[in-house]
Design a protein around this ligand. Structure first.
Ligand code: AVJ
Length: 318
């Protein structure tokens, strides 16, 4: 069974699921991970001993948030892309309050639930900060930012940019730059290359939380698209792609099977061992970061790292 995507008025998620599962190799967009269950699982991932990213970046902010805010100059409006629950952001906001008379925080996320959590946290812990949440998919449009007054500092941390292929990542940053003014800046958190065994463990933890997170994308499709994926028939699978310098997550079919997705009028066949590619997590070198910045038309101002250089936070200037 096949459907011509052009003739049906499908919403974005539906169209991407349809196209992704009809292509070869099969794939799904990683943003589908983040339904309520998936967001909670991701929070759990950030607390796993193997998932060094969050703790490492947090330590960089603990040590350098003051210098970061200082290097961003007069920026007292702080915009955070994919704000999530804004834990690391608190450190930046505190540093900004120490340097500016008034600070405005604009968390941007597709999930209004995440924005509520971020707003709650900031208004409770830092009542001096003015919070204006913005429900928006920043990967599609950031033109709204040009209407926000004042010097801006945009936070794009947590290695979120790592989900995008190099061309898409620079397009996203170029687009972001076009909605900012000269003198505005971007604080970008990226995960660096490191020994492969450490990378693999971070995405295949011993408690199985990441496996659960990966498989949850199938539960979501079952629920939202009336599909019949049998989660037990798929296996969480992590690979290091050396050529592209990225960790890949896949879901591998254990058997020969056929899955029905009623809402898309689609049947999908799987061979044993066939996979659905669900995520890329790019791991950077300084050369890759330089290329990303120059392709986006941004200037690297300063980079802060942890002692092991496992993670880095870079200030880029428009
Ligand atoms: C939220 C995209 C930064 O790639 O490390 C964690 C998501 N996937 N474990 C990452 C994720 C599996 C995470 N990012």
């Amino acid at each position: 069974m096949s459907v011509n995507p052009a003739v049906l008025p499908l919403e974005d998620d539906a169209r991407e699921v349809l196209q992704g599962l009809s292509s070869s190799p099969k794939k799904l967009p990683p943003r589908l991970f983040y339904d309520q269950a998936g967001s909670a699982l991701f929070e759990q991932i950030t607390e796993l001993p193997e998932y060094y990213l969050t703790a490492t970046e947090q330590a960089i902010f603990e040590r350098h948030a003051g210098s970061m805010v200082q290097a961003a100059g007069a920026a007292s409006t702080i915009i955070e892309l994919g704000a999530g629950t804004a834990r690391k952001t608190m450190l930046v906001l505190r540093a900004a309050l120490a340097q500016h008379r008034s600070v405005t925080f604009i968390p941007v996320d597709v999930s209004s639930f995440a924005l509520d959590v971020a707003q709650q946290r900031v208004t409770t812990e830092l009542p001096q900060v003015t919070v204006h949440p913005l429900v928006m998919d920043y990967t599609r449009k950031s033109s709204t930012f040009s209407r926000i007054p004042g010097r801006k500092l945009v936070l794009y941390i947590g290695s979120s940019i790592g989900n995008f292929e190099p061309m898409a990542a620079s397009a996203l940053l170029r687009h972001l730059r076009s909605s900012l003014a000269p003198g505005d800046s971007l604080l970008l958190g990226i995960d660096m290359q490191k020994p492969v065994d450490i990378l693999l463990r971070a995405y295949d933890d011993s408690a199985g939380v990441t496996a659960h997170f990966n498989l949850n994308i199938l539960s979501r499709i079952n629920r939202e698209f009336d599909a019949d994926f049998d989660l037990a028939a798929f296996q969480h699978c992590v690979r290091w792609n050396h050529h592209d310098s990225r960790i890949e997550m896949h879901l591998k079919s254990r058997t020969h099977q056929r899955v029905h997705i009623e809402a898309l009028d689609l049947a999908v066949n799987f061979n044993p061992g066939e996979t659905i590619h669900t995520e890329n997590s790019y791991k950077f070198t300084s050369a890759m970061l330089n290329a990303l910045a120059s392709n986006a038309g941004l200037t690297i101002e300063q980079t802060w790292r942890d002692e092991r250089s496992w993670f880095s936070v870079t200030l880029l200037r428009v």
